[in-house]
Design a protein around this ligand. Structure first.
Ligand SMILES: Cc1cc2nc3c(=O)[nH]c(=O)nc-3n(C[C@H](O)[C@H](O)[C@H](O)COP(=O)(O)OP(=O)(O)OC[C@H]3O[C@@H](n4cnc5c(N)ncnc54)[C@H](O)[C@@H]3O)c2cc1C
Length: 414
């Protein structure tokens, strides 16, 4: 694969850009792979990447029923932070955030990581207590966050109205090295690196069945025919319940649409990310100038990848109090993605009742930030059967009552 560099761009410019390779090869499935990953979202692709990079396992196929990055990875509002409360969460999210810092260099692909800082606003006394507690926990975990007062919030984000009337800003949890990245680029960068290692990224290939022999996985049935494998990673976010059913077990998970919208582009107005969880919305400005606005989940389980009118109304109405300037913006488009939510708002990275089948899901409304860390940990779990980063995230914790309660840190009420 040709390295991307200023020199390569200059060289290609001289010959009308005729010398670039395809970013990833278009391949048909082989008969058998060591590992099949179902789902070419960020988590599936990162898992495959670290299988190759950290463990030398490259006889891998990543099967995607649509187009790569076309699920939640290409639909999210790209907030990256690691200010979670519980130790296992802080460990995996901070690993992930730190991998984002060097991702563009590691992949030789510009993922536009922008550590511009993230504030989670406290607009009730309950949130003040919750976020101060998280700041203390983060200090013990080695995650750099700080509690800031309303004056500092206003200094960081002058367009904000901190005076209420319903919900004045009482302070916030600030993570200076949180931020955003370009979502598609994360998927494309990993796909290119996987393809370069000889892995097959196969789009338009839906997994329709999981074949087993004596309790062990032996392959999958797909829309492109049967494919054998020794190990199978299910990394399909909102469709995890569907895949689990194919393999014959149930997951403690619900699928529900989460929505977002963007405004028409405007001049630079804010250079940080703000999450306002009481009024329920989160906001950043894209490099193109659009205000990127995240809303809430639908109040009922569903598999739609669409937005709905009542959510635009609810989200914008909620945010206008804290960001009055939003009232004057025109909205460009709205969309939804199917997120996979667990009871304790923490993910599942786990072995399953079927030998050789592993599952990575339950990232719910907040898994974009976790892509590299999750891929790192999931690859270790698949390659070695155990990973210190996944130990606490087994699907069996729900049976054992060992929950990892992150409902305060989840950012979106669901
Ligand atoms: C509107 C919205 C805003 C969000 N905002 C944020 C945010 O700001 N920050 C953050 O950290 N997270 C956010 N998230 C959550 C984040 O997007 C997800 O947690 C993350 O992208 C999940 O990645 P994934 O790779 O697990 O899933 P996906 O990207 O959904 O990939 C799963 C893939 O599996 C494929 N698939 C499903 N079934 C099959 C099958 N049978 N065969 C083959 N392929 C199959 C799908 O087509 C899909 O491409 C948001 C989500 C949404 C919807």
């Amino acid at each position: 694969m040709k390295r991307y560099s200023a020199f390569a761009i200059a060289k290609e410019a001289m010959r009308q850009h005729t010398g670039w390779d395809r970013a990833w090869a278009k391949r048909e499935p082989k008969k058998k792979y060591d590992v099949i990953i179902v789902g070419a979202g960020g988590h599936g692709l990162a898992t495959a990447y670290f299988l190759g990079k950290n463990f030398g396992i490259t006889n891998v196929a990543i099967l995607e029923k649509g187009w790569l990055g076309g699920g939640n990875t290409g639909r999210n509002t790209t907030i990256i932070r690691s200010n979670y409360l519980q130790d296992p969460s802080a460990a995996i999210y901070e690993k992930s955030r730190s991998l984002y810092e060097t991702m563009s260099q590691d992949l030789n692909y510009n993922v536009m990581f922008s550590p511009r800082g993230v504030i989670m606003l406290a607009q009730t006394q309950h949130e003040v207590r919750g976020y101060k507690r998280t700041a203390h926990a983060n200090a013990l975990q080695g995650v750099t966050t700080e509690w800031i007062d309303p004056a500092r919030v206003k200094e960081l984000c002058p367009i904000m109205n901190i005076d209420g009337p319903r919900y004045p800003v009482l302070g916030g949890l600030w993570q200076a090295r949180g931020g955003t990245a370009r979502h598609d680029a994360v998927a494309w960068g990993y796909a290119r690196a996987c393809s370069d290692m000889g892995m097959d990224v196969i789009q338009q290939c839906e997994v329709q069945g999981v074949r087993q022999k004596e309790g062990k996985v032996v392959g999958v049935d797909t829309s492109k025919g049967p494919i054998d494998c020794d190990k199978l990673g299910m990394v399909v976010a909102g469709h995890s319940g569907v895949l689990a059913q194919m393999a014959g077990f149930r997951l403690p998970i619900e699928s529900v649409a989460l929505q977002a919208l963007v405004s028409a582009p405007i001049i630079p107005a804010m250079d940080i990310v703000v999450m306002a969880n009481t009024v329920h919305g989160y906001l950043s400005q894209s490099d193109k100038g659009e205000m990127v606005i995240g809303g809430g989940t639908d109040g009922y389980n569903n598999y739609t990848q669409r937005g709905s009118f009542h959510h635009i109304e609810e989200t914008v109405r909620a945010l206008v109090e804290t960001f009055p300037m939003l009232a004057r913006l025109k909205m460009l488009r709205q969309w939804g993605g199917i997120v996979d939510v667990t009871g304790d708002r923490s993910p599942i990275l786990s072995k399953t009742p079927v030998e050789g089948v592993f599952v990575n899901c339950g990232w719910g409304t907040g898994g974009f930030k976790a892509i590299p860390g999750s891929g790192w940990a999931m690859a270790e779990l698949i390659a070695k059967g155990q990973s210190p980063l996944t130990d606490e995230f087994s699907m069996f914790r729900f049976r054992e009552g060992k929950f990892i309660d992150e409902s305060v840190a989840a950012g979106v009420a669901h």
